[in-house]
Design a protein around this ligand. Sequence first.
Ligand code: PLP
Length: 348
Amino acid sequence: MKITLAQQSNLENIDYDNLPFGVNFTDHMLVCHFENGAWQEPEIRPFGNLNATFALHALHYGQAAFEGMKAYRNQEGEVALFRPERNWERLNKSAERLLMPQVPHEVFIDGLKKLIEIDQAWVPQDEVKSLYIRPYLFSSSEFIAARPSERYTFAIICSPVGPYYAGAVKVKIEDVFTRAASGGIGFTKAAGNYGGAFYPTAKAIEEGYNQVIWTDHANHELIEESGTMNIMLRIGDKMITPPLTDRILAGITRDSIVTLLREWGHDVEERPIKVAEVVEAARNGELKEAFGMGTAAVVSVIQQIGFKGERFDIPTPEDGIASKIRKGLNDIRLGRVEDTHNWMVKVK
Ligand SMILES: *Cc1c(COP(=O)(O)O)cnc(C)c1O
């Protein structure tokens, strides 16, 4: 691995008490190119500009996918990643579906560990702040013809972040637009999935919501995801989340939460959930809690669900499952309890 260190750190210019999500970047990044059918030597170098012409393939045809993960500093001051192998595996699933090359373990994982070790001073020790990590892969040939790229670029950039959402959110059950269809790319973190979601989300925001709950492409009858998060509903004494299909992103937070809830003795069902069932439960008070699950916000409590113009308030109990699970994950990440699943991977 080639390493070029920054002349000067930008860390002292960052106000950690006022961290907007994803706008400040650490001193270094990792870059690795795939060309002539092979991965080249990865390089860690100062964060900086892309060197490309406007013919860059990814900009035209969207052969691009990303990951999102975080590094935490535990109470001993050690820096560790949360389940990084899962992100590596998932990026390669996205890559396969988008006909991009598989990123080798030594490029993704070894490169990531080295990068975070170099920029470790940027990782805060905090309940709500952490270092957000963005590995991504994109087509980097420079031609405009609708065929697969020949060159690809893998990169990792990092951004110190505070909480993603300010508080509990209001969500609209989407009954017109679709995020993902069967046979499509909803299960990947393909860049275009997010570009396509901005318009429906903006419509929901105009109506006074923060996000949409995506429903199935065929009839808009099934609950799928909440924005860019998986969704968990507490109906009666059951925790319910939709099963993983090719329309749903297999969240690592979702998997971790389902694992913890089951260990704690909760009844967790992974099954199709009808919009009608949720509306009915909300109407009769059986919908006790609802929350999104994802790396950025970890747990995002839902305080209101809207459906066809009707709005239902959902309880947001302070001692509810959402806060219990948030604390449970934080305890593992900050080293306050034993990491029995070996989810934390130290950077050195
Ligand atoms: C990234 C993402 C998630 C959450 O995945 P995590 O691994 O938990 O961060 C859920 N849904 C969508 C659509 C996503 O892009």
